[in-house]
Write a protein that binds this ligand. Structure first.
Ligand SMILES: *Cc1c(COP(=O)(O)O)cnc(C)c1O
Ligand SMILES: [Zn+2]
Length: 497
């Protein structure tokens, strides 16, 4: 849209100027630190940070209606700096100038309504929000866009160069980190630590293709995480894990988009997300609270977290109904098809605990819950979804299985409307589909394929296939006729009368 066609009262605000005063605040001891340093945990007590804008109250000078209009109109701008997570600049990282913002096409992912057949089978209205349609094919791009924009900003202003950005990952974080770092060219090198054999070939190919240094560690994600944490303590590296609070900020955009999609009316809505390291659910809760603070939304939706029975520490924690008696105990994970969420010691758990208290206080006890699903349910629901036109990955299948579990448990009602997170693209986790089709899951996954969901290509064998070439016109004709006959027979087609 042309500039002069935007409402005049909004024009001065459409392209945001740097504002606010952001600090890291330790969740444990409350100490605050300036963001001009690359810090991930509290130097005093090793606590996790949340990013706080000390001047956030300035945003309250304007009513919710102002922000709603501003964000809606911003979507019509062609400026790359406000196309992605920074469409919500004032809420993500207001101190970052437009020139430092890295935009690779992330955000504003489609929210696709389930067809009537699927809604009927599930028993309620719902949408899939396809975060696999982000540039590196998972929601992690939202966080990386914020984290690398910040890094770009701090490197320029603090005159740092040759920074090494590093992360441990269950696959998608490293794909996103490598992609965004590659865009910054020589300024940032990236290295990723992966649990050997615990990421899919597609996920492994992504950081390799983007030119990252890829190091594999025998073990699971939790082992890689420990190595990276210790590394960041002793060496000058920029840590791009979920401990990085800029990533949480960027991931808040998911909640903002859902709000915007419903024209900011979240009454009767349910947001369902899988939980692994718990960064995503942290961001969703924090984002919703932030919009609620500003009167941009009036009602907090229900938020349902989902975990596999094979990696369920957050589910176990909230099984205890009395908040005073809750005790967090990490678990040893079992193999899970929701491999990107296969985490027994979620890094962001302290953030979740803090935010859920606030969320439940404002939204009521029923506004937040965590459910558990089986590996079987995850696979069956992924296939069910995709047979109805979706592109859900295994974690997307987990989300849908979670919605259905919540419905059965009475945590969600049939007249509500859910948004189910397909956190990555189907194709990243395609090996699990193949194992389902081939019935080749190792026993520890506990998945038995349902024949009606299995599908295989069928190779047709021509009756005659001359070995010389080129074929004669008669041979081509004979081959085609034979194949047509076989295809028609395979598809049960009847001759036109
Ligand atoms: C990272 C990831 C998750 C888990 O999100 P957390 O923020 O770690 O809880 C789920 N699905 C996919 C596809 C992921 O990449
Ligand atoms: Zn501290």
């Amino acid at each position: 849209m042309r500039w002069q066609d935007f409402p005049e009262d909004l024009q001065p605000y459409l392209l945001p100027q740097p504002a606010g005063r952001m600090v890291y605040r330790c969740l444990e001891c409350g100490a605050e630190y300036g963001i001009d340093r690359l810090l991930y945990t509290c130097p005093e007590c090793q606590g996790l940070f949340l990013l706080v804008d000390l001047e956030a109250d300035r945003l309250k000078a304007r009513p919710g209606s102002f922000w709603r209009r501003l964000f809606d109109y911003r979507r019509l701008l062609n400026d790359p700096a406000v196309q992605g997570v920074f469409c919500y600049h004032e809420f993500i990282a207001p101190i970052i100038p437009r020139e430092d913002i890295v935009y690779l096409g992330e955000c504003h992912t489609p929210q696709v309504q389930a067809n009537p057949r699927l809604q009927e089978e599930v028993g309620m209205a719902f949408y899939y929000k396809n975060d696999g349609q982000n540039p590196s094919a998972s929601f992690k791009d939202r966080g990386m866009a914020a984290a690398l924009s910040y890094l770009n900003f701090v490197m320029r202003t603090q005159k740092l160069d040759g920074v090494l950005a590093i992360c441990a990952s269950t696959g998608d974080t490293s794909a996103a980190a490598a992609l965004y770092a590659a865009y910054l060219g020589d300024k940032v090198a990236s290295a990723v630590l992966l649990p050997h054999g615990k990421v899919t070939p597609q996920q492994l190919s992504q950081p390799l293709g983007a030119g990252a240094r890829v190091l594999e560690i025998p073990g699971v994600f939790d082992d890689c995480m420990r190595v990276v944490e210790a590394l960041a303590e002793h060496y000058p590296v920029a840590l791009l894990n979920s401990k990085n609070s800029w990533r949480i900020r960027g991931q808040e955009s998911y909640a903002y988009e859902v709000a915007q999609w419903f024209d900011y009316d979240l009454a009767g809505k349910v947001i369902v997300v899988p939980i692994g390291n718990a960064g995503n659910i942290t961001a969703v809760l924090e984002g919703l609270l932030r919009f609620h603070d500003l009167g941009i939304i009036d009602t907090l939706p229900k938020v349902i977290g989902v975990q596999s029975r094979h990696a369920n520490p957050v589910f176990r924690y909230y099984q205890e109904k009395n908040p005073q008696r809750r005790l967090f105990v990490p678990v040893t994970v079992q193999p899970s098809v929701a491999q990107a969420a296969m985490i027994g010691r979620p890094v962001s758990m302290p953030r979740v605990i803090r935010l859920v208290e606030e969320y439940s206080r404002r939204g009521g006890d029923h506004s937040f819950a965590v459910v558990e699903v089986t590996e079987q349910e995850i696979m069956d629901n992924m296939l069910l979804a995709n047979r109805n036109g979706h592109i859900a990955c295994t974690q997307g299948g987990e989300s849908l299985a979670g919605l259905r579990a919540a419905l059965r448990a009475g945590l969600v009602q049939q007249d509500e409307v859910a948004v189910v997170d397909a956190t990555a693209h189907h194709l990243k986790f395609i090996g699990f589909q193949q194992m389902y089709f081939d019935n080749s899951f190792p026993p520890e996954f506990e998945v038995t394929p349902r024949p009606e969901y299995q599908n295989r290509p069928r190779l047709l064998t021509p009756a005659v296939r001359p070995s010389h070439s080129p074929w004669t016109p008669e041979e081509i004709q004979a081959f085609t006729k034979d194949m047509v006959g076989q295809v028609a027979a395979a598809l049960g087609l009847k001759n036109r009368a």
